[in-house]
Design a protein around this ligand. Structure first.
Ligand SMILES: [Zn+2]
Ligand SMILES: [Zn+2]
Length: 142
């Protein structure tokens, strides 16, 4: 792959570019796939057609944190707040509290199960897939 800051070729998944010292995906000036120049807010490389990657994204989120929040506090929708999905998060929170109250905890249990499954799904994804699916593309359920 190529450093997105300086356009030099770097090893696949390199943490730091040996040429410029930045994280290779922190820059926005070159395509990570072919090294062609790109513009600041370009999403797709005009030369090779790949989706441009950026670790700046919407603020790198930790897969581990999101997964553990889902598993342990999933019924409160905390993992969705963490990932920046306030609406589904509030839905889960309200269903757990109000729905749970009306159904003697049954709905809370279901919300807990959804959180658990989502937490496990997060943890089984690779870091790259997690970032792509849940941070960049904001997949809100499962
Ligand atoms: Zn570089
Ligand atoms: Zn390209």
């Amino acid at each position: 792959m190529f450093c997105r800051n300086c356009g030099k070729e770097v090893p696949e998944n390199a943490e730091v570019c040996v040429n410029c010292g930045m994280k290779p995906l922190m820059g926005k000036k070159f395509c990570q796939n072919c090294g062609a120049e790109t513009k600041e807010n370009q999403e797709v490389c005009t030369k090779c057609g790949v989706k441009l990657k950026s670790s700046m994204g919407k603020g790198a989120k930790s897969k581990l944190v999101a997964g553990l929040l889902g598993i342990f506090l999933g019924y409160l929708g905390i993992h969705k707040f963490y990932l920046g999905y306030p609406v589904p998060a509030v839905i889960m929170l309200l269903l757990s509290i109000i729905g749970g109250f009306l159904t003697f905890g049954a709905v809370t249990g279901i919300m807990g199960l959804i959180g658990l499954i989502e937490g496990i799904l997060y943890l089984t994804k690779s870091d790259e897939d997690f970032d792509d699916i849940y941070v960049q593309n904001q997949k809100k359920w499962f």
